[in-house]
Write a protein that binds this ligand. Structure first.
Ligand SMILES: N[C@@H](CCC(=O)N[C@@H](CS)C(=O)NCC(=O)O)C(=O)O
Length: 206
């Protein structure tokens, strides 16, 4: 049964799922949902995801939302992209959950002000606060990677690197002065060297 992925490719959370499917060699059909293309807050879509958000994965009878849960599902389904040893798996899941709960929230204001140019996002103090909070969590990532650790949970590439890699891409593509982060920069280069990474970390998709 072919997987179905609902969501626009301009969404970072949709691109997580597309990158994972490509790494895993899973075929899929994708349907554009999400503003401005197709409003997900309509009954037809809300019946699939009551949050009215993308992505949604459909695998046979299963309908799944929350991008990081979808990544775990695809890794479990294939037995790939999560370490087999329990400590390694714990660390990969730690970083994956950290992406959603700690790394993602601070960037909202800066992204709207500097990349999306959303009307109303012109408060200098709020922008400075967003940048400061985003920079603080990025320094946690830098501390993890500074000694040349290749991937966020250690030696092997995992689904945590997909979620965090796209977040690093967003950091790199958002124009403001950033502290030097050699470990993060090298990590970004490693991820972009992967065919699937390169495909989903394009210049037009911060
Ligand atoms: N926690 C959710 C967040 C999903 C989310 O915020 N999706 C955004 C796009 S990145 C969305 O659906 N926005 C509304 C829209 O595109 O119409 C996840 O990780 O899947």
């Amino acid at each position: 049964m072919t997987l179905k992925i609902l969501g626009r490719v301009t969404s970072i959370n949709v691109r997580k799922v597309l990158w994972a499917a490509d790494e895993l060699g899973l075929g899929y059909e994708r349907e554009d949902w999400g503003q401005p293309m197709r409003d997900p807050k309509v009954p037809e879509f809300l019946a699939l995801n009551p949050n009215g958000q993308v992505p949604v994965l459909i695998d046979g009878d299963l309908v799944l939302w929350e991008s990081n849960a979808i990544l775990i599902y695809l890794a479990e389904k294939t037995g790939m992209l999560l370490p087999q040893d329990l400590p390694g798996r714990g660390l990969a899941l730690q970083w994956l959950i950290w992406q959603g709960t700690e790394l993602n929230p601070p960037w909202g204001y800066a992204l709207n002000a500097l990349v999306r140019k959303t009307p109303g996002f012109n408060d200098a103090d709020k922008l400075a606060d967003s940048i400061a909070r985003w920079s603080r969590v990025m320094l946690i990532l830098e501390a993890q990677l500074a000694d040349g650790t290749p991937y966020v949970a250690g030696a092997s590439f995992s689904i945590a690197d997909i979620a965090i890699g796209l977040s690093v891409h967003r950091w790199m593509m958002t124009p403001f002065e950033k502290p030097a982060m050699r470990g993060v920069e090298a990590y970004y280069g490693r991820l972009k060297a992967r065919a699937a990474g390169q495909a989903w970390m394009g210049a037009g998709t911060p």
